[in-house]
Design a protein around this ligand. Structure first.
Ligand SMILES: NC(=O)C1=CN([C@@H]2O[C@H](COP(=O)(O)OP(=O)(O)OC[C@H]3O[C@@H](n4cnc5c(N)ncnc54)[C@H](OP(=O)(O)O)[C@@H]3O)[C@@H](O)[C@H]2O)[C@@H](O)CC1
Ligand SMILES: Nc1ncnc2c1ncn2[C@@H]1O[C@H](COP(=O)(O)OP(=O)(O)O)[C@@H](O)[C@H]1O
Ligand SMILES: [K+]
Length: 596
């Protein structure tokens, strides 16, 4: 990861790419999409129908794996495990090319007879066989059982002589790709599970003695959900995974990614037109994208000459009585990202202590002798001025008149009854735990069909599950034949559709979704962001952008990007307080403002 990725208009990806050509077309290019398995198959089919033979694509896929593999490991004994379909087809290419590159011990295991293979895989299996025979070498293909026995012997002989770049045995998992159609057979699952035990090391071997390269995905993992089918476990993680053209959701979601080892996305030469054809089929919503300025930059401009502070919007931040730091972080973030004015609303009791800590931000005291008085004052404040965005949630609940959750729910519903763009975070979401329908109803009442959404919900994974878990499970169960976890992308998409709001589902793999079905992945965030208050800053960034007139969707995407960039710029040791202070540098690079 570069130390300052904001130097690039498109941030460095979180995976390695080989030969990826960045040809922008209305912002659409292979590097910025996340394709579902069916869409990848559509792109492959389009390319094949437009003059790119499948056998050539398969040759390039195998060559890409060999390129990544030989860059990492020295020649060592290799087993290529080939499945019955095209994933196996890649395996035959890999076996042939490794031998052609001079790797001395390459063995192939396939439980399907070569004669039973079809299409491009059959073609490449035959090419492998011919290459073997032309060298007067044996063209024997082994079963997975035989392969396991042989590997057991090879690793026993190699004890103490393997290293990170020269394992006793390297296994290429070319059994099944991302579009798995049914769970793995028990026998295949058990073979991969045995491999996994050897890979991690056991009483008789050291970790790394057996290493694994996955073609497309570790077999058994579905590319759309990052889980096995029918709740089957994914038996064998990989040390290196090579997929093709674009990542699938499983490559980008953390629990899928954790099974992949290093990830390489290899360009097998599908043209941009193939992607455009897939995008056309995905209209009007479009493809799932990776979050870069290309997709939201047009919605957010630098302050204009001759403008004044009111042009840049006024943000109102709800400040809870006991955890005022959270709202102050959000307020500071909103101001730093460009809101012209920021006001914190706080209870009258807290006001004397808190107001003195504010400099550029303003404070407004609210009656707090009872929940009714507080809510009445809040409603009066909402009506009193032209607010351009509201943040409600960071540190919002503790210390409110009892019952606290009821009081906070009323405050949220009052804010939702206005037309002011709104960010609901943390406590404001948890106040609806057990009552998600109430929140969804209020959000849908305010959301006008066809109008852009004006509310952003920013749950982290725990909040998301507590708030939406049951609703999403029910909805996904109805929609999917293969009930089970539909994956973070789909869960987030469903929640946004149900809520009629933008949902920014936080985490190391942040997924954003809009009610109309748009989905975005923010994968360029550093782990330094996992510190208390960092989410409060993000809420402030979103509100700061909405106050400047950016719609909820683009504000959420832009804010997530700025948040990640601030984390990169500061690096280790980051506190949430440091994030807003990084914004000037990030914006300077984003807008190309010359250094001072
Ligand atoms: N142009 C292209 O297309 C390119 C494709 N490429 C490569 O192709 C891969 C995708 O290939 P794929 O679609 O053939 O899928 P794959 O994972 O090999 O398996 C399907 C086969 O397995 C069978 N089967 C399924 N589940 C099973 C189970 N549990 N247990 C047993 N059998 C099972 C299934 O049988 P069926 O369900 O039809 O009965 C079918 O025969 C992709 O990952 C990439 O590596 C690259 O070469 C680049 C160009
Ligand atoms: N490991 C990680 N890598 C990248 N970003 C992370 C990681 N962990 C958390 N984040 C980000 O940090 C922020 C934390 O927000 P949140 O959990 O609401 O914290 P808080 O409530 O303390 O403000 C979110 O934007 C989240 O996406
Ligand atoms: K595989």
């Amino acid at each position: 990861m570069p130390s300052d990725p904001s130097a690039h208009p498109v941030p460095a990806g979180s995976y390695a790419t080989s030969r990826l050509s960045h040809v922008p077309d209305n912002g659409l290019d292979w590097a910025t999409v996340v394709l579902r398995c069916a869409q990848m198959a559509q792109a492959d089919a389009w390319a094949m129908a437009h003059g790119q033979p499948g056998v050539v694509l398969m040759e390039r896929a195998g060559a890409g794996v060999v390129q990544a593999l030989t860059a990492r490991w020295l020649p060592c004994p290799v087993w290529v495990w080939c499945g019955p379909g095209n994933n196996g087809g890649d395996g035959w290419v890999i076996a042939r090319l490794l031998e052609a590159a001079g790797w001395p011990q390459v063995s192939v295991a396939c439980d399907s007879p070569i004669e039973s293979l079809q299409g491009d895989a059959a073609h490449h299996a035959q090419r492998w066989r011919q290459a073997r025979l032309s060298r007067a070498a044996s063209a024997d293909v082994h079963t997975l059982d035989q392969a396991l026995q042989a590997i057991a012997v090879q690793r026993a002989h190699a004890q103490g002589r393997s290293g990170p770049h020269s394992p006793a045995v390297l296994v290429v998992d070319a059994l099944f790709g991302a579009g798995l159609s049914r769970p793995l057979d028990e026998k295949v699952h058990a073979a991969l599970a045995q491999l996994a035990t050897w890979r991690t090391g056991d009483a008789t071997s050291t970790p790394g003695c057996v290493q694994v390269v996955a073609v497309d995905v570790p077999s058994g993992l579905h590319g759309d959900t990052a889980h096995g089918l029918a709740d089957q476990t994914v038996p064998c993680p990989a040390d290196l995974t090579v997929t093709f053209m674009a990542p699938k959701p499983a490559h980008m979601l953390m629990h899928g990614r954790a099974l992949m080892g290093d990830l390489v996305v290899h360009d097998i030469g599908l043209p941009l037109a193939a992607l455009q054809a897939v995008a056309a089929q995905a209209q009007p919503v479009g493809l799932w994208r990776r979050n870069t300025p290309v997709v939201w930059g047009h919605a957010w401009q630098a302050p204009r000459r001759g403008g004044h502070k009111y042009h840049r919007g006024h943000v109102l931040v709800w400040s809870g009585p006991r955890m005022p730091g959270a709202s102050r972080l959000a307020a500071r973030a909103a101001a730093r990202i460009g809101a012209g004015l920021v006001t914190l609303a706080m209870t009258r009791t807290a006001w004397p202590h808190l107001a003195g800590h504010l400099m550029s931000a303003m404070a407004h005291p609210l009656a707090d002798e009872s929940a009714d008085a507080l809510c009445a004052d809040w409603r009066a404040l909402l009506a009193s001025r032209r607010w351009n965005a509201i943040v409600l949630g960071p540190g919002a609940m503790l210390g409110l008149p009892e019952p606290q959750a009821d009081t906070l729910r009323t405050l949220v519903l009052d804010a939702l009854a206005t037309e002011v763009p709104l960010v609901l975070d943390a406590d404001a979401l948890m106040a609806f735990e057990g009552h998600p329908q109430l929140l969804c109803q209020a959000l849908n009442d305010r959301h006008r069909e066809g109008a852009p959404p004006s509310v952003v919900l920013t749950p982290h994974e725990g909040e998301f599950n507590r708030l939406f878990g049951d609703l999403v499970r029910a909805e996904a169960g109805q929609a999917q034949a293969t009930a089970g976890d539909p994956g973070k992308f789909e869960r987030t998409r469903l929640s946004a559709a149900m809520a009629g709001a933008v949902v920014l589902h936080k985490g190391a793999d942040t997924v954003l979704a809009a009610p109309d079905g748009r989905v975005m992945l923010h994968d360029d965030a550093p782990p330094w962001l996992s510190t208390g208050g960092s989410g409060d800053v993000l809420a402030g960034f979103i509100a700061g952008l909405m106050a400047q007139g950016v719609d909820a969707w683009h504000a959420a995407c832009g804010a997530a990007w700025v948040h990640g960039q601030c984390g990169h710029r500061f690096g280790p040791g980051l506190l949430a307080d440091d994030l807003p202070e990084q914004v000037p540098g990030v914006l300077r690079r984003l807008w190309g403002v010359p250094p001072q």
